[in-house]
Design a protein around this ligand. Structure first.
Ligand code: ATP
Length: 350
């Protein structure tokens, strides 16, 4: 069992708080992603779970045991970092076997366990090579195999795909998803990449300034962001966020009016809507503004239009859509696709 429970965990350095009163219940077998921009405290959180960093206050429980004062080696977690941390003078086989030697696993079990781990990440043909003779993707797979071979209670992965090129990142990401499906080991995964979070996670914790902004399944967070920070961090392109005023269920600003919003709020708000929810119409619609940029993506066309106050708004149109820069585009933003946030606090208004 590797249920992990963080109770009011904080990490402070002098008067700076890197992680602020974080409470999380991570069920056994869950794939939890800590997502946020650089400096939001996600690595610190993971390092506290690993035992590499002290907790300033709060408690970390794993499998019903208090971990706060246990050494990293006694926590039964395996870590995978973005720098692979391989031993250059050892072969792939020896690198994968190393944790078994350290932990005193009987030598008679080594070969079978190394071969199984190597097979899971398709490294069998490379077992005699040294890390220098491997590609970046292969090295990261050695690091994964070395984590797997111990059969730990929990995997902790800190930006494991960051050093890979775009194509390898996609294939290694799929491999990590597949490994989790096969092993069902509780995994905590740190990234600043919302695509990794959306594609890998059972649940995502979106962090900012050491504080969890929202915890939920990827689609819950995508469909109902708790605040403007989460709304702008999840999804590509980012959600359009436009300032205006709301009264009697109608949002308005100089270039956009949306009626029929089921909100009783009055006053200054931020309206959110996603590029894919806007349809370009030949005339009319509730949004008109000049085209600022056009990007043909192959399967679709992205337009950015520029409203008053230099607001840039993304619209996703059919791949055949044609529009010239400077031309006025008419579009329809449906009320049902809109999110309303308090302008001052950024919090979602339901
Ligand atoms: P990144 O993606 O850049 O690694 P992160 O979200 O993982 O960012 P952390 O590494 O957890 O962020 O750092 C959180 C904050 O704590 C940062 O502002 C960082 O400067 C600060 N911090 C981390 N380690 C220390 C330390 N040893 N002493 C003081 N401040 C630290």
């Amino acid at each position: 069992m590797a249920e992990i429970h963080l109770k009011n965990v904080s990490r402070r350095w002098h008067n700076f708080t890197a992680v602020d009163d974080l409470t999380l219940q991570i069920p056994d077998r869950e794939f939890l992603v800590l997502l946020g921009p650089s400096g939001c405290g996600k690595s610190t959180t993971m390092r506290m779970i690993a035992g590499l960093e002290d907790v300033s206050s709060g408690e970390i429980w794993m499998g019903g045991k208090l971990m706060n004062h246990l050494e990293p080696k006694d926590r039964d977690v395996s870590m995978v970092f973005q720098s692979y941390g391989l031993y250059p003078n050892m072969t792939v086989y020896e690198n994968i076997r190393f944790p078994l030697k350290i932990r005193g696993i009987p030598a008679s079990e080594h070969k079978q366990r190394v071969m199984k781990a190597a097979e899971m990440v398709e490294l069998t043909p490379f077992l005699d090579r040294r890390p220098a003779a491997l590609s970046g993707g292969q090295r990261q797979r050695v690091a994964l195999a070395r984590a797997i071979v111990r059969e730990p209670n929990c995997f902790l992965m800190d930006e494991p795909l960051s050093n890979l090129d775009a194509k390898l990142r996609v294939s290694t990401r799929a491999q990590i998803a597949n490994l989790h499906h096969a092993l069902k080991t509780t995994t905590i995964y740190v990234t600043h990449d919302q695509v990794e979070a959306m594609t890998l996670a059972d649940r995502v914790v979106v962090m900012k300034g050491g504080i969890a902004q929202q915890v939920g399944k990827p689609m819950e967070i995508y469909d109902r962001p708790a605040n403007t920070f989460v709304a702008s961090f999840i999804g590509s392109p980012a959600m359009n966020l436009i300032d205006g005023d709301i009264a009697d269920g109608t949002f308005s600003n100089p270039y956009l009016t949306v009626s029929g919003l089921p909100h009783a709020a009055r006053g200054p708000v931020t309206l959110g809507f996603r590029a894919e929810d806007v349809s370009v119409v030949s005339e009319g619609g509730n949004l008109s503004a000049p085209v600022y940029s056009v990007e043909n993506l192959g399967d679709s066309t992205m337009f950015a239009i520029k409203g008053a106050h230099d607001d840039l708004i993304s619209l996703k149109a059919d791949k055949t859509a044609r529009m010239a820069i400077g031309e006025t585009v008419h579009a329809h933003v449906p009320a049902a696709a809109c999110h309303v946030f308090d302008r001052e606090s950024g919090l979602r208004i339901d």
